[in-house]
Design a protein around this ligand. Structure first.
Ligand SMILES: Cc1cc2nc3c(=O)[nH]c(=O)nc-3n(C[C@H](O)[C@H](O)[C@H](O)COP(=O)(O)OP(=O)(O)OC[C@H]3O[C@@H](n4cnc5c(N)ncnc54)[C@H](O)[C@@H]3O)c2cc1C
Length: 415
């Protein structure tokens, strides 16, 4: 089948690679090159343990304090509050203990096969070095602080995530750079990361092209429909691209196109930031999640990347790089000896649904288009599994993951 894949971030790229393995002819449609949007600058964590939603029980109590701090971990720019309000209400409704438990179980199903699903793609691309399984350390100022997050950690354990408590002595042995600031940790040994998320995406993309994928550098503006099927993708400034099927993987920009093929989907952008310390003098071996600082730290090829922050301000407002600086300040608290003489800053758009789960499934109004977007905070982790599952759907095979909870229609039911 000739399939147009809209979006060549990590999700679209993995969908294309899995579709090619089934013999489909793929055309990428994107005005940008591979991994030039959100998949460029994420923290690169590949975590089967990352199954908890963003909204957790009791979070609503912290939100007012966060909102008052414009550089805090979660902020809504005041002029954007009326736009974000309905989404935030849905988000808060998904924070009940029952709902979080349900979502975590569903997401665990999507995240557990991370490495199995990336491996064939990276093997084929000759890029296995871009995926490593070195474990993740969740670190805390002490065991008392860790107790505040125990409910979520125990939920992870109950879902089969391997996690082991680490006392101060072992913590320092595992990561000497953490000495002094952190007295307790939890090691998730099955977790991994990539030393360069953009290079990983490009490696898979380049292999797809070498294997025959075509590339159209244009924005998709709509679909040409005939008798309940997509027969083409309309392009800005170019002729309509003929196709026999389409996958929409446009990240945070997917909602408008999705609306043409189904009911409205409440997709919002949670803008996140990174600061990469180019010539880091630290020698971290794990990804480190400083839970109290809301900060993910990952040693990468280009330096030490500190990433995090959630900002609601839509798709077009310029970045507020003071938020990246706030991440750097938290990094300096963690590592007082960090050499910060050369840093780069970045902002990206996490595509987020209120229940922290992506949309994966057939487009409701047609028989030959599929949605794969909304991967939020875990798009790197879940892209390869999404690609495999989309290929199953296109082929009419039984999915390996229960895709019911990811249905594009679930928000209609909820409303
Ligand atoms: C600070 C930060 C840290 C993160 N850390 C992690 C992490 O450690 N681990 C993890 O798993 N995830 C992480 N994420 C999330 C992850 O980066 C995203 O979930 C993932 O990159 C989304 O990939 P995507 O392919 O859906 O979107 P994108 O990478 O944004 O790609 C979407 C593509 O679609 C194209 N597009 C949009 N509209 C159209 C159109 N109309 N026509 C054609 N093309 C279109 C865009 O140009 C773009 O190239 C992080 C995110 C941020 C911001």
């Amino acid at each position: 089948m000739r399939i147009a894949v809209i979006g060549n971030g990590i999700v679209g790229t993995c969908c294309a690679a899995w579709l090619q393995r089934d013999g489909h002819h793929v055309t990428f449609v994107d005005p940008l090159g591979p991994a030039e949007a959100t998949s460029f600058g994420n923290a690169g964590s590949l975590s089967p343990s990352a199954c908890l939603p963003v909204g957790m029980p009791g979070m609503w109590r912290k939100v007012p304090r966060w909102l008052l701090d414009p550089l805090g971990p979660l902020t809504v720019r005041w002029w954007y509050a009326p736009v974000a309000a309905p989404w935030l209400m849905r988000f808060l409704r998904a924070c009940s203990a029952d709902e979080v438990t349900r979502i975590a179980a569903v997401m665990r199903g999507l995240l557990a096969p991370i490495f199995d699903c990336y491996e064939p793609l990276l093997q084929r691309a000759g890029a296995m070095g871009l995926m490593r399984r070195t474990g993740c350390l969740y670190v805390y100022s002490g065991p008392e602080a860790a107790r505040q997050w125990a409910w979520g950690m125990n939920l992870r354990r109950s879902l089969g995530v391997e996690m082991r408590d680490v006392d101060e002595e072992e913590l320092v042995a595992l990561e000497p750079d953490l000495k002094g600031r952190f007295r307790f940790g939890i090691l998730a040994p099955e977790n991994g990361s990539t030393p360069d998320p953009a290079a990983l995406t490009r490696a898979i993309f380049d292999r797809c092209v070498a294997d025959g994928a075509e590339v159209v550098r244009a924005r998709a503006t709509g679909f040409r429909l005939r008798a309940g099927s997509v027969t083409g993708v309309e392009l800005e400034g170019l002729e309509t691209l003929d196709c026999e099927g389409a996958v929409l993987a446009g990240g945070a920009w997917s909602a408008r196109l999705a609306k043409q093929l189904g009911p409205a989907i409440p997709l919002e952008t949670q803008r996140g930031y990174h600061v990469t310390v180019e010539s880091s003098n630290l020698a971290l071996r794990h990804t480190v999640m400083a839970v109290e600082h809301n900060l993910m730290v990952n040693p990468m090829r280009m330096g030490l990347r500190l990433a995090g922050s959630v900002e609601f301000a839509g798709l077009t407002a310029p970045p507020d790089m003071r938020r990246a600086d706030a991440l750097l300040a938290r990094g300096q608290e963690m590592f007082p000896h960090l050499d910060t003489s050369r840093v780069t800053r970045w902002m990206g758009h996490r595509p987020c649904l209120p229940d922290s789960m992506p949309v994966i499934g057939r487009a409701p109004r047609v028989d030959n288009a599929w949605f794969a977007f909304g991967h939020g905070h875990v798009g790197m982790c879940s892209a390869a599994t999404t690609g495999r599952e989309v290929a199953h759907l296109v082929a009419g095979r039984e999915p390996e993951v229960d895709l019911g909870p990811f249905a594009p229609t679930r928000f209609v039911r909820a409303a």
